[in-house]
Design a protein around this ligand. Sequence first.
Ligand SMILES: [Zn+2]
Length: 132
Amino acid sequence: MPVTSNQFPENWKLETGNWKLDMSKLASPIRKNDNVVVMTGKDRGKRGRVLKVLAEKNRLVVEGVNIIKRHTKPNPQRNIKGGLVEREAGLHASNVQLVCPECGKPTRLGSKVLGDGRKVRICRKCEGVVDK
Ligand SMILES: [Zn+2]
């Protein structure tokens, strides 16, 4: 029987005859306004709030983390002042973990369907419900 793509979960793709997991498109369970802690890199240990989720790149912009300095030219038409501008650059979702609001620890997320049918994210460490 020939192998068809619908026998494989999403995120798998056929590449030069082999099935590979497409890590770049793995959906992150982390969402906007979550509190996260950085696990790797120069900002390891820093905590911040997720300002933006770039789902298609699986990247996150976290408040105060991965600050880059940019020299900008003034553009009066768009009301942009010249000089050194500091802003957050995105980082890959696999480099951060959610800080559980229940136990305060960095954790991986699971999911659970509540009695009312609502699907929520849960902390793998304390089983606490992350989504209120
Ligand atoms: Zn927890």
